[in-house]
Design a protein around this ligand. Sequence first.
Ligand SMILES: Cc1ncc(COP(=O)(O)O)c(C=O)c1O
Length: 493
Amino acid sequence: MQTFNLSDYLLQYLDKTSATPRNRQLYRLLRQAILDRVLPADTRLPSSRDLASELLISRNTVLYAYEQLLAEGYVEARTGSGTFVANTVPDAIYLPVESAVRKKSGASKAQLSQRGHRLVAQAAAAPRQWGAFVPGVPDVTQFPHRVWNSLQSKIWRKPAISVLTYGQGGGHQGLREAVAEYLKVSRSVACEADQVVITNGIHQSIDLCLRLLSDPGDVAWVEDPCYWGARNLLAASGVRLRPVRVDAEGICPDAADLAEVPRFIFVTPSHQYPLGMVMSLARRRSLLEYARQHGCWIIEDDYDSEFRYGGRPLASLQGMDSAERVLYMGTFSKTMFPGLRLGYLVLPAILSQSFVTGMEELHRSGQASLQATMAEFMTQGHFNSHIRRMRLLYGARLEILQQEITRHFELSQVCAVGSDAGLHLTLRLPAQCDDRQIAREALAQGIAVRPLSSYYQDASHTESGLVLGYACVEEARIAPAFALLAAVIRLHL
Ligand SMILES: Cc1ncc(COP(=O)(O)O)c(C=O)c1O
């Protein structure tokens, strides 16, 4: 289980841009951690000097917070040995508190099922979802909201009964058709509309696959490194994860991997997450053949391949599959905006009706007016033109970031990989660099990056690096933000 790291937690939640003074923020965060018993009685708090230097804030800020906690009885000073969480904390502890600390730390372990505990203890979603260099977030300020608004208003002028009553498990029929058409043309996905299930994103698509196709103890291959969200969902469901290395051609199972036949193979063939390579044709063929021979399900996560800056657009793995072993999933989180929460799952024909029924039973499909608007947005051509416009914008931002990287570093020290597509690139760092520490120090400077090592499961081949999103950073902000990050990195080279 993850252990609670006080300075990581404080760094994540201290907000430099907030109007609330930092000493008040620190006091409240510590108080909440004590109330949630994440900092249990008798825990020794770090010295004010140490905490100030870890958080890169002044010692007075920490002293203020400690004194306030002392005055209110949350902590006590023990002469010569430091500041400790008090044994009896004020009455507020009896109030039901639900906070970020409780959610992240698994503090309520006693009340959760094993599955619930696995899910919560591994949670890795960042509280910050905007700005330099948050990975995986598109520029939502560019979304053509007026067009969207007029399409939506038209639907609401005289809403159809089908938009207002209980929905069908597969989602709004018009959207299923529009998605099938789009995927056939743009991604060479072989499908008809009744194989498409509209979900609220890739997370829900994975969850649905797991609920309908997995039993506890089944084995799932995951790329190592891989997307933390998928890994956590798989692990929480009771599936046994087998991390499989990737090389320049994508997932690269060795003899030991092949010997233990998995139920699932989770891959990102068009743009490996987070390293960015494309799975080679040879690797695609052998993976499909292995899945056919052994009856495995391949889960193809095609999360951001609409944004390709070099070379030809790539076809999906699903389009090459003649044995119906691939479950293909995509999302509107990157092409539209993440708050929309819409995605799609394309199923082999033999599974589609069961998935429609499963979706109905689990989630009672809804959001029909939203889905109808999305369908109109696609069929009227706005979707394709928005993608085209964003591809140019992100391509320009990528170029600026690449220039900054080469301006600040020699290629032999720090190099960018995986930048042919998507909304992020990965900076590889020398092996001795502690990327988690760099990410912490960068966050204290207002720069959010994810350490590459945190995407690995097998510690024996972890690499050091940083995952940087550039799509949601204005052009003028890229150079100054990268200069701050570069200064932090330089301290560790
Ligand atoms: C590889 C990968 N898959 C899936 C997702 C999540 O997609 P959704 O928002 O549709 O759940 C992300 C989000 O960043 C991702 O990076």
